[in-house]
Design a protein around this ligand. Structure first.
Ligand code: FES
Length: 126
């Protein structure tokens, strides 16, 4: 396994460049490899794809390489409720880092405290 670099860009434009072994997820790079962890990637479910607090916007230059969530996937369902979702949105716990993603740039959405819409919370447990 070799190391790759990923860059997390905060809403204020500040950047964190993390060296991470391929095979980790993007969330793991931000939450567990980075010391201290990358602000804005709370990842409270630990990568189980049930919280959406690991939401990122993939830089437009990288979205073809990263790819979009599969239709009807759990990831896409969460993003459908995400107030700040864009066409390049991904849940970072669902992005496995490979050599071809060396140099990847992602952006942390603003309004992280407003991520989950009341509609999503109301639907919990239905
Ligand atoms: Fe919870 Fe990604 S860490 S959905």
């Amino acid at each position: 396994m070799s190391e790759i670099k990923v860059t997390f860009v905060q809403p204020d434009g500040s950047k964190r460049i993390i060296d991470v072994e391929e095979g980790n997820t993007l969330m793991e790079a931000a939450k567990y490899v980075a010391q201290p962890y990358v602000e804005g990637i709370e990842a409270i479910c630990g990568g189980q794809c049930i919280c959406a607090t690991c939401h990122v916007w993939v830089d437009k230059k990288w979205i073809d390489e990263v790819g979009l969530p599969e239709d009807n996937s759990q990831e896409q369902a969460w993003l459908d409720y995400e107030k700040t979702a864009r066409l390049t949105s991904r849940l970072s716990c669902q992005v496995k880092l490979t050599k071809r993603l060396d140099g990847l740039v992602v952006h942390i959405p603003e309004d992280k405290n407003e991520r989950i819409s009341p509609k999503a919370i109301d639907g919990f447990g239905d």
